[in-house]
Design a protein around this ligand. Structure first.
Ligand SMILES: N[C@H](C=O)CCC(=O)O
Length: 424
């Protein structure tokens, strides 16, 4: 695969950005490819290589790249101005739509990223309860802010800094961690710190160390225990919201969290974050209460319009029906390949999300860390050589879109078999 232009761009970028990139997970070794354009399920690099894309901007693009319906919505909003600094009617319409699918989000605030959403939700939880400590799941990723960069998944684990430098010890000590899928550990931490813990924040389906699914009854047990110990439960559905289905993981598993965060798909591919939940908790948020949260771009009309167009299209075309069927076909076909080659690897998947682990099915972060990450990267390079772009880390998730075709899937399964054969 010819990549001369990407290589030389990366050389230049080294002098401009830390590690040559704007987000660490993109610093693929020896160099990342530079994108020239993207359309549907395909992404084309500056050297002219066209790849089937399962990264999809790390999840938001459930309709694929440059979908005409979203493009038209963005275009028509552009004509009407792209930043007001005042409330707009779209804000009300979109919030009502979100609340229809996420009834637990009774009152909400629009922000600009998943990071801001979890930051706001945690601050609201702390303000409401008057407590400082929070509990997060090991390997969970809730954005790049101080309170949650402790045993963090995603890029933080990929490059080996799950506990970021620069996070004051006094902040990190207030973030307690428990393994995923471990009810006992959750109960223990809540009972050991009774009346000290503001909230448990978790991705209901772990999406930043591959998709790892909750064991039967786990989420229900967490819900019950958090109620028993009078601790708020925050579901971070930045990845799973509008991805698993219209109702997110909370709808899929039938659990009502106290607060929820959304992002990614909710912005139709433009930057957005949303946090919201019980009215009494959200009443603490300024200007009604003393929990301050603000932003120039909060509720900006571009992101709201793109997000609302996305949700409209998802409901109108029953998109999840198709993508989730494709997802199932994908992870079942990949599992068949692994089995037929008698390899002890695992393909983990739910709805339109999937990942391969070079080891047994992980149930939590410790298990995921034990999988062969070097082998994963070797495999990843072969997939790229064979025309398939997957997120460049085992601590990420592959996403399918409405734009992926049967042919894409067949080519991917073929590339998968070839790549596994090459690294065996
Ligand atoms: N997994 C991350 C977000 O959810 C990937 C995005 C990034 O770190 O650039």
């Amino acid at each position: 695969m010819k990549q001369d232009l990407s290589r030389s761009m990366f050389e230049e970028a080294q002098g401009l950005f830390p590690g040559g990139v704007s987000s660490p997970v993109r610093a693929i070794k020896p160099f990342p490819f530079y994108t020239r354009s993207a359309k549907g399920s395909h992404i084309t690099d500056v050297d002219g290589n066209e790849l089937i894309d399962y990264c999809l901007g790390y999840g938001p693009l459930i309709l694929g790249h440059a979908h005409p319906y979203i493009m038209e919505a963005i275009r028509s909003q552009l004509e009407k101005g792209w930043l007001y600094g005042t409330p707009s009617e779209t804000e009300i319409q979109y919030a009502k739509k979100i609340r229809m699918y996420y009834p637990s989000m009774n009152v909400m605030r629009f922000v600009n990223t998943g990071t801001e959403a979890t930051m706001g939700a945690i601050r609201a939880a702390r303000g409401f309860t008057g407590r400082d400590k929070i509990v997060k799941i090991e390997g969970g990723f809730h954005g790049a802010h101080d309170a949650v960069l402790v045993k963090a998944g995603s890029g933080a684990s990929t490059i080996g800094v799950p506990d970021s430098l620069g996070v004051p010890v006094d902040i990190a000590k207030n973030t307690l961690q428990v393994p995923y899928n471990d009810v006992l550990a959750m109960e223990e931490v809540l009972s050991a710190h009774k009346d000290e813990i503001a909230c448990v924040i978790m991705e209901p389906v772990m999406g930043n160390m591959g998709p790892i699914l909750p064991k039967d009854g786990y989420l229900k047990a967490v819900r019950n225990i958090t109620r028993e110990y009078d601790t708020l439960l925050i579901f971070d559905e930045v990845i799973t919201g509008f991805r698993i289905n219209m109702f997110g993981a909370q709808g899929y598993y039938g659990i009502d969290p106290d607060l929820t965060t959304l992002g990614k798909i909710a912005g139709g591919g433009l930057p957005i974050g949303v946090f919201g939940g019980r009215r009494d908790i959200m009443e603490t948020v300024a200007p009604n209460g003393g929990v301050y949260q603000a932003g120039t771009y909060n509720g900006n009309p571009m992101s709201l319009t793109a997000g609302m167009a996305m949700v409209d299209f998802l409901e109108r075309e029953r998109v999840h029906h198709k993508v989730n069927e494709m997802g199932k076909a994908m992870w079942q076909s990949l599992t068949d390949v692994v089995r037929s080659m008698k390899l002890d690897y695992t393909v983990s998947g739910i709805s339109s999300m999937f990942q391969i682990f070079f080891g047994p099915q992980p149930e939590n972060y410790t298990d995921a860390l034990k999988c062969d990450k070097a082998k994963f990267m070797e495999f990843w390079r072969h997939m790229l050589e064979n025309g398939v772009f997957m997120p460049p880390s085992q601590f990420e998730t592959n996403f399918l879109s409405y734009a992926h075709t049967k042919e894409d899937l067949e080519r991917t399964v073929f590339a998968f078999k070839k790549s596994l054969g090459a690294i065996k």
